[in-house]
Design a protein around this ligand. Structure first.
Ligand code: NAD
Ligand code: LMR
Length: 334
């Protein structure tokens, strides 16, 4: 193998998403089938042994692309030389915890991780935050990495994007049409990875035709599609007794793969990225937008018409992000 391995750091490696993610990274689904990877796993001390078990299994798969695995309980070491950082480990909300407590607990994780990325990451580092509340955790990490360009910190709404593709394809198949998710382009998730997010089909296309016009069912859009996508995470928890893991891992792979390898012509994806003020989203918030990617860089799709229906929903989610930013600012986390 002649290519230099790409260093990928995964936090929360012993968790359920970690288990669904690591084997696919090592088999080429993150960066490509010809890109060797070196894994660096970060866990809390109590979970290092479990991460070691996962590393033993990774060894046992004899993945040709996997050039090494190191395990750490120290963020500075784990992020040393990192090219792709997947920040999955987070403090879940437990009974009796207020939102402020959750933000504070996660600040205790994402602030030092931002500092460690600032101190030791490679010049081309790309960061994806999966751990919830993902957008605001990404903001915290980014604000503690002043030497890393802000656009390298992103949060995951690709799972919501994929959920929206699946729900829309199912609806259209229900009319007897033969449609696969691959026929749907230009889906957009706006705002926060939370129940306020806005999955927008007004610019989406199904086999080249406008999706909203093709579906032509406002009742389904308002009372089925939007709430189903926005509350899917909670529905999975209710059904499985645990939050989404394989689908979340799959979306994380999609997010990074698209960021590195580019969106297809005539399509875009959804990523939570730092706002430049586009579409009235306050500058600096990490909010989901329609983005195209090329040569490892993303760009917000410009010039989309936003009607009153969409405007109200984008504003509601963005207001929630502003409130989260105010809360972490008050806590001294940014
Ligand atoms: P999990 O509880 O199974 O695993 C989390 C792991 O993180 C644990 O092994 C824990 O020890 C570890 N961890 C905690 N603090 C850490 C730290 N400071 N450094 C390193 N590791 C640390 O959880 P999971 O199911 O794997 O989910 C992980 C996160 O992803 C949760 O916050 C979940 O809500 C979120 N999530 C986000 C999306 C999304 O679309 N953005 C989707 C699904 C889940
Ligand atoms: C999801 O969308 O599946 C998760 O973010 C849900 C959660 O709270 O972990």
């Amino acid at each position: 193998m002649t290519r230099t391995p790409v260093t990928v750091t995964v936090t929360g490696a012993a968790g359920q998403i970690g288990y669904a993610l690591l084997f696919r990274i090592a088999s080429g689904h993150l960066l490509g089938a010809d890109v060797p990877v070196r894994l660096r796993l970060l866990e809390i001390p109590q979970a290092v042994k479990a991460a070691e078990g996962t590393a033993m299994e990774l060894d046992d798969c004899a993945f040709p692309l996997l050039s090494g695995i190191d395990i750490f309980d120290d963020a500075t070491k784990a992020f040393d030389g990192v090219n792709v950082a997947l920040l999955v480990g987070a403090r879940p909300r437990t009974k009796g915890m207020e939102r402020g407590d959750l933000l504070e607990a996660n600040g205790g994780i994402f602030k030092p991780q931002g500092e460690a990325i600032n101190a030791g990451a490679a010049d081309d580092v790309k960061v994806l935050v999966v751990g919830n509340p993902a957008n605001t955790n990404a903001l915290i990490a980014q604000s503690h990495a002043p030497d890393v360009p802000a656009e390298r910190f992103t949060a995951m709404t690709r799972l919501d994007h994929n959920r929206a593709l699946a729900q829309l394809a199912k609806k259209v198949r229900g009319t007897g049409a033969r449609v696969s998710v691959a026929d749907i382009k230009k889906m957009t998730i706006w705002g926060n990875h939370s129940a306020t997010q806005y999955p927008d089909i007004f610019h989406a296309e199904i086999a080249g035709k406008n999706a909203a016009e093709t579906v032509n069912d406002q009742n389904w859009l308002e009372n089925d599609f939007i709430p189903t996508v926005a509350k899917r995470g909670a529905a999975i928890i209710e059904a499985r007794g645990a939050s989404s893991a394989a689908s979340a891992a799959s979306a994380a792979l999609n997010h990074v793969h698209t960021w590195v390898n580019g969106t297809a012509d005539g399509d875009w994806t959804s990523m939570a990225v730092v706002s430049d003020g586009s579409y009235g989203v306050p500058e600096g918030l990490i909010s989901s937008f329609p983005v195209t990617t090329k040569d490892g860089r993303w760009e917000i799709v410009q010039g989309l018409d936003i009607d009153d229906f969409s405007r109200a929903r984008i504003d509601a989610s963005v207001n929630e992000l502003s409130e989260e930013r105010d809360a972490v600012r008050k806590l001294g986390l940014i």
